[in-house]
Design a protein around this ligand. Structure first.
Ligand code: SAJ
Length: 438
């Protein structure tokens, strides 16, 4: 009688384990790299052939994974990519890192997870460890992954091993990556926890086991709900401070002098990214099914999604002071990415602001050194314009939406007439332009 748990532990211990990672995106690729660095044989699976071809050529398309890091791992054979699930037939571990977006109706879109789980079921065998990394509602691993793996009579914790481990990738973070960010793991059974801990131990500095997959799923949702709610709080503080004639940035920075019991968050033009605006709504959706209303999540979402409209109000008031209307004005948007120094525009509030200004009749152009072009509604594409003194001078108003480090406040102040600064980028207002800050 084969002891599949021991067989798996041995393969992980001596690094002969073959690890499949499904989804070569901003989560899967950095994870695949750390598994390869740890010495495992890693096969990265993605549905996009172009991504697979680039990876097999040792070229990275994820800014957080330099090509210089990736190439040697491909050359040494520790990492290769494929579009074929059949290549995972002899995997000892399969990690699922696929998107968990929202549908237009704001409820979870589990189609990517289900599609991946159905494919994993086809290559499932005794001795396999499956880890779900995609952020999702509590219960997903037990309710969606497990049933697909045990259909041929395999027993969880004896023949197959199943766990959840939330991804904690912070795109563009120069300090924390997969290796030095503690990894929370929750297993269906104690044997599953033992196996998933053994998997991660050589690939990350710290493994943090919790008692169940639901606990691990909930850890991630607490982390991101914490951010969404606090960002919503500080966005409302910005609106209240504006009503009071108080500088919210001064208030936050002074509050941040408190060495305990306070953590600064900063107001902005809205909440972007594929995580913070979305993950908490997975939790509130799940609780609605249990007849409970997650009021903090709903309120934070309401405030955060209202911020682009608040920015439009600031622009209208600023132009009005100059005797102008939005309609017919030339407005330049600085930064389309959802946060500084990255190229990702998913859920970016800049897209809303660009569209809302156009709807009010403004002629809108944008500059973003990281985003050469963006897709707008109606299948239109807008292209980033060069940030020149001439372009700035042509604008009736310039809106700083993403405070990329590339933007030089002195240059903006020298050449723009009116700046609406939603990120407090223009700390000192010496210069020609009139500046309105969120
Ligand atoms: N934002 C604010 N005010 C703040 C902080 C952020 O308006 O004080 C905005 C940002 O501009 C951005 C959005 O919120 O539009 C999300 O910001 P974020 O810093 O949470 O960035 P993400 O979503 O790329 O990364 C986050 C991780 N960030 C940090 O921990 C700092 C973390 O929450 C998760 O590991 C990751 O999402 C994820 O994948 O869940």
């Amino acid at each position: 009688m084969t002891d599949y748990k021991q067989q798996l532990l041995d393969r992980l211990e001596n690094r002969t384990a073959k690890v499949g990672v499904i989804g070569m995106g901003y989560v899967g690729l950095p994870l695949a790299v750390e598994f390869a660095r740890a010495g495992y044989q890693v096969v990265g699976l993605d549905v996009l052939p172009d991504k697979v071809a680039m990876l097999n050529a040792g070229k990275s398309y994820i800014p957080d994974v330099p090509t210089e890091t990736l190439a040697p791992l491909v050359e040494s054979g520790h990492l290769r990519a494929t579009t074929t699930y059949g290549d995972l037939i002899d995997a000892d571990v399969i990690s699922i890192c696929v998107p968990t977006p929202l549908r237009k109706t704001k409820d979870p879109d589990m189609s990517y997870v289900i599609a991946a789980a159905d494919e994993v079921a086809k290559v499932c065998h005794a001795g396999l460890l499956v880890v779900l990394e995609s952020t999702t509602y509590p219960g997903t691993t037990d309710e969606v992954i497990v049933p697909r793996l045990i259909k041929d009579g395999l027993a969880v914790g004896k023949d197959v091993f199943v766990a959840f481990s939330p991804e904690r990738v912070d795109p563009g973070n120069p300090t924390y990556g997969v290796y030095n960010t503690p990894k929370v793991v929750g297993g269906v059974t104690p044997a599953c926890v033992e196996a998933v801990t053994k998997l991660y131990e050589p690939a990350v500095e710290t493994v943090v086991p919790v008692s169940s997959t639901a606990a691990a799923e909930m850890v991630k949702l607490l982390e991101n709900t914490f951010r969404a709610v606090n960002i919503g709080l500080v966005n409302e503080m910005a609106i209240m401070c504006a009503r009071l004639g108080v500088d919210v940035w001064e208030v936050i920075n002074a509050a941040a002098s408190k060495p305990f019991g306070f953590m600064p968050f900063y107001p902005g033009p809205g909440l972007g990214g594929h995580c913070i605006p979305i993950d908490p709504l997975y939790l509130s959706w799940k609780l609605r099914a249990l007849n409970y209303t997650a009021r903090f999540i709903d309120l934070a979402s309401e405030i955060n999604t209202s911020m682009p409209y608040y920015v439009i109000d600031l622009v209208m008031e600023a132009l009005n002071d100059d005797g102008k209307s939005v309609k017919g004005s030339k407005i330049g948007v600085l930064g389309m990415a959802y946060k500084r120094d990255i190229d990702d525009v998913r859920e970016s509030p800049a897209l809303d602001i660009h569209e809302l200004l156009e709807e009010k009749g403004a002629s809108v152009t944008f500059n973003d050194p990281y985003v050469p072009n963006v897709r707008l509604s109606g299948n239109r594409t807008a292209t980033s314009v060069e940030l020149t003194a001439e372009w700035l001078a042509e604008q009736d108003c310039v809106v700083i939406v993403t405070d990329h480090t590339d933007y030089d406040p002195a240059f903006l102040l020298e050449h723009a007439k009116l700046i609406v600064d939603t990120r407090n980028k223009i700390k000192k207002q010496t210069g020609n332009a009139r500046v309105v800050t969120l």
